[in-house]
Design a protein around this ligand. Structure first.
Ligand code: ADP
Ligand code: ADP
Length: 223
């Protein structure tokens, strides 16, 4: 699947222009969005996830306009928002069951799928403990697992490595590399070293604009 983003703009109701004539073509592989806080990364991701509507420009998934037809992306989308909230009294297994029900993911394979996902984010041993007792990194890993429930073809991770320790980061990189085999992945960070080791291509954003998408060390070092 490919995303064609053309002159995409978002002006919030407070007049703030968060995204300005943003254009990019996203094919297979991993695109990293790099930029300081307020650059427009979350805004762009919300527009692609159809959580929010653009005020200008177009967003195509293959040939389908997803502003007009959001279901076209929603059914193939996995999304980890930045302000991902969890339910402290549920354990990891119950939480994934709940999200699966909300997404309409079910059937006889669900238990197995949840087990595989928990294994993939290294939470099998803690799956019966309430999420409220988890560390920040464990909560983030549960957030990664919920994004994968529906076997997505487009994955959007907003600041996925926040709260992960070096070991968790290494595992995350491996997981992402595996998923990228048959998935378009977009992930954001304000940390250069996070993005440069994971992404195939890096788009640097600032002030709602795309500064460059050339992977050049000297440019990244300035970001
Ligand atoms: P939209 O135009 O997409 O509906 P709104 O401007 O109505 O967006 O704002 C959506 C929500 O985000 C509101 O609840 C608002 O309070 C909140 N919000 C407002 N300003 C900011 C900001 N600077 N950063 C993050 N969230 C904000
Ligand atoms: P980033 O993810 O790169 O930190 P954001 O997309 O969250 O950037 O924010 C881009 C700009 O838009 C910021 O100036 C932010 O304050 C503003 N903004 C984000 N969300 C809202 C909102 N819901 N309402 C109004 N302004 C917003």
């Amino acid at each position: 699947m490919a995303l064609s983003i053309t002159n995409l703009s978002k002006q919030y109701s407070n007049q703030k222009t968060a995204l300005s004539n943003f254009s990019i073509q996203i094919n297979k592989g991993i695109l990293g969005l790099l930029g300081p806080n307020g650059a427009g990364k979350s805004t762009l991701m919300k527009l692609i996830a159809t959580i929010s509507k653009p005020t200008g420009g177009s967003l195509l998934l293959d040939d389908t306009d997803i502003v007009q037809h959001p279901d076209a992306i929603r059914k193939v989308l996995g999304y980890l928002p930045q302000d991902f909230g969890v339910y402290p009294n549920l354990n990891a297994y119950e939480f994934l069951e709940y999200i699966a029900a909300m997404k309409g993911v079910g059937g006889p394979g669900l238990r197995k799928r949840i087990d595989i996902l928990l294994e993939g984010v290294n939470l099998t041993a803690d799956a019966k403990r309430p999420i409220g007792t988890y560390s920040g990194g464990m909560k983030q890993r549960i957030g990664i697992a919920q994004a994968l429930l529906n076997d997505p073809k487009v994955l959007i991770f907003d600041e996925p490595t926040v709260g992960l320790d070096p070991e968790e980061r290494m595992r995350f990189r491996q997981l992402i590399a595996d998923l990228a085999q048959d998935c378009v992945i977009i992930l954001s960070s304000h940390i250069v070293s996070d993005i440069e080791t994971i992404a195939d291509e890096v788009a640097i954003m600032q002030g709602g604009k795309l500064i460059t998408k050339d992977y050049q060390q000297d440019i990244i070092n300035q970001a």
